[in-house]
Design a protein around this ligand. Structure first.
Ligand code: ADP
Ligand code: ZN
Ligand code: ZN
Length: 746
């Protein structure tokens, strides 16, 4: 008997919670011979999976399988004739699903545009053009003189030989006219490949406006950038110091070299202003990718970048996984922003994936921030990133003056101390604007019965309900639960209900009472829900009329408010004693960002911090010496405590309807883990412990922390542990997840 010919097996990523690939045979009728047209890695295929048919992606070809070949099923349909995901990007996807310990099929499904996931075809990379038919070519020049527009189109096509419908319409000729000439047989359509961008090659056509003349220190930064090959840079400079100008000029160089640029920004910064700035500078095609797009728009931008039509792609977190025909640079603005980490499902950190992608594709990556993350500062310290600093404040702007207001024992009216109220009044009188920062939306974070001590608690969560006066309701910010605002205490029926603490809504109400004639603009998630709300608010602020801005961190990010000369932070103490070890870092970033809002333009600014902890060393260092000194102290503390970024952390979380189930699962997980890698000074286990928010949405939550000195050791452990846990009996009663490089400890 002849030896059995090796078979071709397809390893396919299937959307499923299982951490493995699934093996399939070639489609029926295909003998599995190696030939040019066979499906390859990156192709989408429809495959039978259980009782359903699903769309998966071929990840590998193999010659053997550990399944019984007789049980394998053939691929039902091959959807593509070329890989939707180019091979090097597919390898990045696989690395990321591996590194973040997420089931590969599920990770891939989450990254692909919905339409592709549903099996929609890639659009052909050709475009329809119009040209004169033989009949049209034979016409005398004076033909159609009775029909002006028709004649105009003929002449256009004589001058340009061929044009797309869009280009014709741009010349003021309607589609109707195109149809008419087509019916008359004078013009004909043909398809042709979209040409490569020829705008970019020439600096004259690339730039729609001239680049700014760089200031000396900007020029120094520019000169330090090596834009061919992999290099990571941390560009630190406060808002307004000219980082974006550097991005634009670096991008221009990359585009001229025939490559594309990928720019990541936090969701909140993706405003029409940001896009406008890029569009004003460049003539080439720019696309955006963010959560507000519909499926078709998303696919268009994605494919435009993949095919090379789109030269600059600006997007939020998930855009990091967009294929680019020829990526030339990655830029991550506000790199410290926590929105770059996905907090559910596939828990990747876009910043870190970006650096990995840049290194694989051998291109530069620039991380920009006024307040760099400790992770990035640590990477600079270790020589992994090159640190570039813009020190100068923009023209004519002096440093803000810090003022710490100790409010211990002082009387507060709804959170505002008398000196603060006076400072606000003085600023308004001088014709300037005031920003009041309160990092909490709603009216008050707590409703309390003064007689019996009842508190409005969410029945589903270990959290209090937030009072929302505008809606006359109690809302839980952690689940969907909401209730009408009670008129009396549900326990003792007393009317003595009080509100404790302040949110933005209450801040607004208090200020309205104190300053009845001044316009007050509230900026938080509740007032900016509708589409143009934020833009309208910003436009009013830019007017420059004296006004009061009250808002959450939405106010701290991205926008310049040149007329604000007083920024007040009402409640930052929480950042100093939170259960989350990152809370101080976030507090410092926020305070610095808020301070950056005050005193732009020509007006010097004051930053006023009201606190019970004015003499806390971190607060005095931050305000006295600045963010860098503050960050160095934090980094030392993290090093001493063996916490990230000096150490690696993975969090195993479990939640269940009963607390013992969740805890038990993690106990088992710890046992299994310790069998694989016994605890040592270099690999430490902590837990299972109840999560800081122990109950959420009616489920009890626990966590097990794994700290490791060496990333590789932690990775090795997790990749052996997770498949074991999938099979664990106690896993059936819980929802569990792994969070590698967890950002949010709650
Ligand atoms: P950042 O990105 O750090 O916030 P920007 O690049 O947006 O800073 O610069 C802030 C403002 O200063 C912008 O209006 C920008 O046009 C302007 N600007 C930046 N660099 C220069 C320069 N070299 N000359 C003149 N204006 C500049
Ligand atoms: Zn009561
Ligand atoms: Zn709740």
């Amino acid at each position: 008997m002849a030896p059995e010919k090796p078979r071709l097996i397809y390893r396919v990523a299937v959307p499923s919670p299982l951490r493995r690939l699934f093996d399939y045979l070639p489609p029926d009728g295909d003998a599995g011979n190696l030939d040019a047209n066979q499906p390859a890695p990156g192709f989408r295929v429809v495959i039978p999976f259980g009782k359903r048919e699903v769309t998966g992606i071929i990840v590998k070809l193999a010659e053997d399988t550990d399944q019984a070949v007789a049980k394998l099923k053939p691929i039902s349909v091959v959807l593509d004739t070329e890989p939707v995901i180019p091979p090097e990007l597919l390898r990045l996807y696989l690395w990321a699903s591996d590194y973040y310990q997420h089931p590969v099929g599920d990770a891939l499904a989450g990254i692909l545009p919905v339409l592709l996931r549903q099996g929609a075809p890639l659009k052909a990379r050709t475009q329809e053009y119009w040209r004169l038919s033989t009949h049209g070519l034979g016409l005398p020049e004076t033909a159609l003189s009775g029909a002006k527009k028709q004649q105009q189109l003929l002449q256009l096509l004589i001058a340009h030989t061929s044009l797309t419908s869009a280009a014709i319409v741009e010349q003021g000729i309607s589609r109707e006219i195109i149809r008419t000439l087509h019916k008359k047989g004078l013009i004909e359509a043909f398809h042709q490949a979209v040409p490569d961008c020829n705008i970019c090659a020439d600096p004259k056509t690339l730039l729609a406006e001239p680049a700014l003349h760089l200031r000396a220190e900007q020029q120094q930064v520019m000169d330090s950038l090596t834009l061919n090959g992999f290099n990571s840079y941390l560009l630190q400079g406060e808002t307004g110091s000219g980082k974006t100008e550097i991005y634009l000029q670096a991008i221009a160089r990359v585009l001229q070299a025939g490559k594309q640029a990928l720019v990541l920004i936090p969701e909140i910064n993706l405003t029409p202003q940001t896009l406008g700035r890029f569009q004003r500078r460049f003539n080439c095609e720019i696309a955006v990718l963010h959560s507000g797009l519909n499926d078709r728009q998303r696919l268009d931008a994605w494919q435009g970048a993949r095919d090379g039509r789109v030269r600059i792609l600006i997007g939020t977190r998930s855009a990091i996984f967009t294929p680019m025909k020829e990526a030339g640079i990655i830029i991550i603005d506000e790199e410290h922003d926590s929105s770059y980490k996905q907090q559910e499902g596939f828990r990747y950190a876009a910043r870190d994936v970006a650096v990995m992608r840049a290194s694989r594709e051998q291109i530069p990556v620039i991380l920009g921030s006024a307040t760099p993350s400790l992770e990035s500062l640590y990477n600079c310290e270790r020589g992994r990133y090159q640190r570039l600093i813009l020190n100068e404040r923009p023209e004519g702007v002096s440093k803000p003056r810090w003022q710490l207001l100790d409010i211990r024992q002082s009387r507060l009216s709804a959170g505002f101390s008398t000196p603060l109220i006076e400072a606000i009044g003085d600023t308004l009188k001088a014709g300037n604007q005031v920003l009041v920062f309160l990092n909490r939306r709603g009216y008050a974070p707590l409703m309390l019965c003064h007689d019996c001590g009842w508190m409005a608690q969410c029945p589903n969560c270990s959290a209090r309900m937030t009072v929302h006066m505008g809606q006359n309701r109690l809302l839980c910010h952690h689940c969907e639960n909401q209730q009408p605002l009670p008129g009396r205490c549900p326990d003792c029926h007393s009317h003595a209900l009080t509100f404790v603490g302040q949110g933005t809504e209450r801040g607004e109400a208090t200020l309205r009472e104190l300053f009845p004639t001044i316009p007050i603009l509230r900026v938080d998630r509740d007032t900016t829900r509708s589409k143009n709300a934020m833009a309208n608010l910003v436009a009013r602020i830019d007017d420059g009329e004296p006004c009061l801005l009250v808002g959450t961190q939405m106010l701290a990010k991205g926008h310049h408010f040149p007329h604000v000369t007083l920024a007040a932070l009402l409640d930052v103490d929480g950042g100093l004693f939170s259960a989350d070890f990152r809370a101080t870092e976030k507090m410092g970033q926020l305070i610095t960002q808020v301070a950056g809002r005050a005193g732009r333009g020509q007006k010097p600014g004051t930053v006023l911090i009201q606190s019970h902890l004015c003499d806390h060393p971190l607060i005095t260092q931050l305000t006295g010496e600045g963010y860098n000194a503050f960050a160095s102290t934090l980094l030392e503390q993290r090093r001493a405590a063996g916490l990230p970024p000096c150490n690696h952390l993975a969090l195993l979380r479990a939640e269940a309807e009963s607390a013992p189930d969740a805890e038990h699962f993690l106990r088992v997980a710890r046992q299994r883990a310790e069998q694989l890698t016994p605890p040592s000074p270099a690999l430490r286990y902590l837990g299972p412990l109840p999560s800081p928010m122990e109950r959420r949405n009616n489920r009890y939550r626990f966590q097990l922390s794994l700290f490791a000195d060496h990333r590789a050791e932690l990775q090795q452990l997790l990749s052996e542990l997770c498949p074991q846990l999938e099979k664990e009996k106690s896993a059936r009663k819980v929802r569990w997840s792994v969070d590698v490089d967890a950002q949010d400890m709650l």
